[in-house]
Design a protein around this ligand. Structure first.
Ligand code: HEC
Length: 145
């Protein structure tokens, strides 16, 4: 094998191993999460409140244009922000609240996605999950903000 080719094989093996590490969720010590948020918690919260308010407006306005498309998009992004928030603190209660926002927002997103095909959504699901998210924001803030 030509030396340039050997180099290529070694490099791709190294990338492969690095990729495996990331997938396994381990750093070099194998002890902590591989995923590290790059944005400050402050910026993340500012974005969460934007998405949260935008989602609330859409849920409360049955006449909003392309309503299901935008409910789907906003809820899914709120869920992803909450998913990142899980990694901002190792405390069990903190992570459970962040995960709860994520999971409730995903229920809303899935309901809206389904409604884009079927034409009708279960509005009670939107309302109940949105109210639950609001309570969860508050529950975490009471302890950590
Ligand atoms: C699991 C904990 C947790 C959850 C859930 C949570 N937050 Fe926060 N939030 C915090 C913490 C901690 C701070 C303080 C951050 C700081 O000051 O740097 C904060 C601060 C904020 C702020 C003030 C931003 C600032 O720093 O000025 C807003 C706005 C906010 N959160 C919105 C929300 C909304 C909306 C939700 C729900 C959709 C939510 N948060 C859910 C932990 C949480």
């Amino acid at each position: 094998m030509k030396s340039s080719k050997v180099g290529l094989v070694l490099a791709s093996t190294a990338i492969g191993l690095f990729g495996l590490n990331v997938l396994a969720g381990a750093d070099e010590s194998g002890k902590s999460d591989a995923f590290k948020p790059v944005a400050s918690l402050h910026s993340l919260m500012e974005a969460q409140v934007d998405y949260f308010k935008g989602l609330g407006k859409l849920i409360n306005n049955p006449d909003a244009p392309k309503r299901m498309k935008y409910i789907h998009r906003k809820a899914e992004l709120l869920a992803e922000l909450a998913n990142v928030n899980v990694h901002h603190n190792k405390a069990v209660d903190y992570r459970a609240w962040a995960a709860s926002v994520r999971d409730d927002a995903m229920v809303i997103a899935k309901e809206a996605k389904k409604a884009r095909k079927s034409g009708s959504a279960d509005e009670a699901v939107f309302k109940a999950k949105f109210a639950n998210i609001k309570n969860t924001c508050g529950a975490c803030h009471d302890v950590y903000q």
